[in-house]
Design a binder for this molecule. Structure first.
Ligand SMILES: [Zn+2]
Length: 360
């Protein structure tokens, strides 16, 4: 990290001996390794080049560390959710451990690796694949909703796993001797399901090591057909009453969620809507050369370098990256996002809840 604020010598005394009620965080909160409390300002100002440079570099280091700690604290605040294009997106996604991304504005949760309190309140759950870190919290999600007096949820799954999910619930019903009610929907790629009159969902093909699919949620817009736009209000009303269809319905892709996948979904021409949805939530499990693209593909995941490679295909307003490997720290993720941002006009954001700073 290249942060080296310039400090003039006249600032040093106040940095070492801050005023009693400082408006900024005092440096004594950081473990300054060297300055002795007995150092007087006389000593500091004495023309000794060696002493001064040592002290300055110590202060520089301390300031740099404090800045990093502040950044880490800001990241912590961001854990409450990220605001993107009118959606506050909450939850977490740590590669191999647990994924549950919640978009309350769409009444939707994507993945249920762990059942969070926010996820419980979403009526729609989208399962992308059956790895435990993406589906392990499903029975608890259904049971908790019942306990909270919420209606049975609608749970979307790839059709090939529907039967196994039904069997899973049969086992849980037998074990708990309780009814576990849900509307389990096997929705195939290309099919459309109406979530409410202004929202529909369509699954799309993704490429993981087990069967998988992503989901695009569209906003439904009804616009008066151009041939009727010059009519007055009462004329439109009359036409409507006479049974003439005066509106055109358009679907605009709002949020796309891939779940675990290799980058191949970016190259699939059928996934055009995924790459032009307002917000694309996708994965970048690996970020650097230590674990390269080959490694990512072997595990059925995307490497950040592949997103970089296909940057010109991404037309979303915002890209929310998730599912980083737990080997990474916040600073690694931030650096990777900054690097990707230089190549994309799309705003790049990372979902970092669950990741630690190297300064904590
Ligand atoms: Zn995963």
């Amino acid at each position: 990290m290249q942060i080296s604020p310039t400090i003039s010598l006249s600032q040093i005394p106040s940095l070492l001996f801050p005023p009693k009620s400082p408006s900024i965080q005092p440096l004594h909160k950081i473990q300054l390794p060297c300055p002795s409390p007995n150092i007087s300002t006389d000593n500091i100002q004495r023309p000794s080049a060696i002493k001064r440079s040592g002290l300055l570099s110590t202060i520089d280091r301390a300031i740099q560390e404090e800045e990093e700690q502040r950044r880490a604290r800001r990241e912590e605040v961001n854990e409450k959710g990220v605001e993107i294009e009118g959606h506050v997106i909450q939850g977490f996604s740590v590669g191999g451990l647990e994924t549950c991304v919640v978009v309350p504005t769409l009444n939707a949760a994507f993945g249920i690796g762990r059942c969070t309190s926010t996820a419980v309140h979403q009526d729609f759950l989208f399962v992308t694949d059956a790895h435990v870190d993406h589906i392990g919290g499903l029975p608890l999600y259904v049971a908790t909703r019942h306990l909270c007096g919420l209606k049975p949820p609608t749970v979307f799954v790839p059709p090939c796993i529907k039967e196994d999910v039904e069997n899973l619930f049969d086992i849980h019903r037998a074990l708990s001797q309780k009814e576990l009610n849900l509307d389990l929907v096997a929705l195939n790629v290309g099919e459309t399901y109406e979530m409410r009159n202004d929202l529909v969902v369509r699954p799309f093909k993704t490429h993981h090591v087990i069967p998988s699919q992503g989901y695009v949620i569209y906003k439904v817009r009804n616009k008066v057909n151009v041939e009727y736009t010059n009519l007055k209000g009462n004329q439109i009303k009359e036409l409507k009453l006479s049974g003439v269809e005066i509106t055109d319905t358009t679907l605009s892709p709002e949020v796309a969620f891939t779940g675990d996948t290799m980058s191949d979904f970016i190259l699939d021409p059928r996934n055009e809507d995924v790459l032009r949805a307002k917000v694309l939530i996708t994965e970048a499990t690996f970020l650097d050369e230590e674990l390269d693209i080959k490694h990512a593909r072997q595990l059925g995941h995307t490497h950040l370098f592949e997103i970089l490679e296909h940057a010109e295909r991404i037309h979303n307003k915002a890209l929310l990256l998730t599912h980083f490997s737990s080997r990474y720290k916040l600073e690694d993720i931030r650096q990777a996002v900054a690097m990707l941002q230089t190549k994309l006009s799309t705003k790049v954001v990372a979902l970092t809840k669950g990741f630690k700073s190297m300064y904590k």
